[in-house]
Design a protein around this ligand. Structure first.
Ligand code: 13P
Length: 247
């Protein structure tokens, strides 16, 4: 089986106003012929405008979360179908900021992935251990457990990716060593193959957590790293493009 097509996705989190669309347009102008796919996941309210601004470019637009139901009485929530309706192609699910801040369990994340598939969105399912779990030697068990619990069987043969984001590396400037990243990514791959057979070799496994222009090349060329989920450094076109160009 050929290597998964890499994906570099920018997670803008709760950052960006309509003026920030210019940054997204600058990213689209700069991606050139990079060998992977590139996506930006803006705050939900910018999805429509960004999808229109980037239509006809190589940059895809994604959501940062979606509800597990298709519609209904869920004040403040957004369904996967709504994101797809305004031009999103992907959606981040189970980010640690949602697992921690909104008590999202593996079971909830799996239901959200099913909803994303129903809407035709490609899920990017996030997993990752806390510092305490890493210090206790539990990183591999935690991460592979999250993979098993958060990926529903319906993903078999579908386009999706897994993002390994150690909680302690997010927004901190800290990153695991390359061998530590490879160890976790290989364990995720083995779990995907266990769950989905040979089809489990197709999804790219992204790394996320303090990816910057200065460390992107080493991380992106590590074994079983199939791209990156980038937070802070995706907000500035020059930084994000430097990461894309490190592919
Ligand atoms: P930073 O790149 O800002 O560390 O954030 C990573 C992340 O959480 C992407 O989803």
């Amino acid at each position: 089986m050929t290597a998964p097509t890499p994906l570099i996705a920018g997670n803008w989190k709760m950052n960006g106003l309509s003026a920030s669309l210019a940054e997204a347009e600058a990213i689209a102008r700069g991606v050139g012929d990079c060998p992977g796919r590139v996506a930006i996941c803006p705050p939900a309210v910018l999805t429509h405008q960004m999808a229109e601004a980037l239509s006809g470019t190589r940059v895809l637009v994604g959501g940062q979360d979606a509800h597990w139901d298709d519609f209904g009485a869920f004040t403040g929530d957004i369904s996967a179908e709504m994101l797809a309706d305004v031009g999103a192609k992907l959606v981040i699910l189970g980010h640690s900021e949602r697992r921690e801040g909104y008590r999202e369990t593996d079971e909830i994340v799996a239901k959200k992935a099913q909803a994303a598939l129903r809407a035709g969105l490609e899920p990017i399912v996030c997993v990752g251990e806390t510092l305490a779990q890493r210090k206790a030697g539990e990183a591999l068990a935690v991460v592979t457990g999250q993979v098993r619990g958060s990926l529903p069987p319906e993903l078999a043969g579908q386009a999706f990716s897994v993002a390994y984001e150690p909680v302690w590396a997010i927004g901190t400037g800290l990153t695991p060593t390359t061998p530590e990243i490879e160890e976790v990514h290989r364990a995720i791959r083995a779990t995907l193959v266990e769950m989905f057979g040979e089809a489990g070799r197709a999804p790219p496994i992204l790394y996320g957590g303090s990816v910057k222009p200065g460390n992107a090349a080493e991380i992106l060329h590590a074994d079983e790293v199939g791209g990156a989920l980038v937070g802070g450094a995706s907000l500035k076109a020059a930084d994000f493009l430097a990461i894309v160009q490190a592919l």
